[in-house]
Design a protein around this ligand. Sequence first.
Ligand code: ATP
Length: 324
Amino acid sequence: MSADKPSLSEHADAAPIVSIDKLHVHYGAIHAVRGISLEIPRGEVYGFIGPNGAGKSTTIKVLATLIGRFHGSVHVNGIDVADHPHAVREQIGYMPDFFGVYEDLNVREYLHFFAAAYRIPRQQRKTVVDDVLELTDLTHKIGDQVDSLSRGMKQRLALARVLLHDPDLLLLDEPASGLDPRARIEVRELLKALTEMGKTILISSHILHELAHLCTRIGIIETGEMVAHGSLEDIYRQLQLMRIVHVQLTDADDTLIQKIGQIDGVSSVEVQVDRFAIQLREDHTAVEDLHDALVDLGARIHMFQPEAMDMETAFMKLTEGKTA
Ligand code: ATP
């Protein structure tokens, strides 16, 4: 491209794809991001977690080159975001938390419009659009109006859009919020496929368990500061997360209860009036795997209800340093 493009020597493969050092962002008197530093190695899925207003979107917008005024140093693929925003834009696919309104556009028109905006040559556009539609499983919706799609399909379409120019880094702001469980699983599967294609993903959420089994690294931020970060195991160790799953079984006997207690990751089984409270270490075993293990033991499940693990609980554990 232009003089905007830095030399290739800056793109060493071993270098982190995202590198943020002491980032500060102010909106007038509001100090929204207060000294965040983080690095994301290539190929990782980095979960950026924090309650509403913590500064996740602001940090992501800085990486997306949408906020010009900030302090600190921010690099994508070794390229300085402040000095070379245009070069950075070629490396990233940014999906904002708000989809926008696209009246009177069908899926084909929508994607061709963005393909043109990304300056993909006209003769390549059809192939590229077909490819991203296939990847996001939206080929059958090509003629549908964008506004008529379900929220889950809109999210997949938004992902299709940010994949058009084949970026190395995907910046996804709350892609799973407001989705029903099925759509959430679909998004999760899609993100998995993208990491297998070698993409690096930064994904934000205010719900820890929404990202827990998707991410290879997690950063938890609160009021503009990073309060915990590391691999999922590090975070679980710091938070000492223990999930309670309430279960009602028909025909449960002592042998079965004893076997449940021996499932990997189960730390205790408490017999209550009409149910069991199973304590599960989620760093060992996912809730879904506990369900499978119960079925494998021949348990007839009448009710299976994991307690919600929300940010508030997680933060309380983090700040109090207590075990659940
Ligand atoms: P959410 O999940 O609600 O989007 P977030 O973690 O992404 O939360 P930000 O949107 O980055 O948080 O907001 C961080 C702080 O900056 C909040 O106090 C917010 O009110 C404020 N803020 C964000 N955007 C603006 C803006 N354009 N003008 C003024 N203040 C802003």
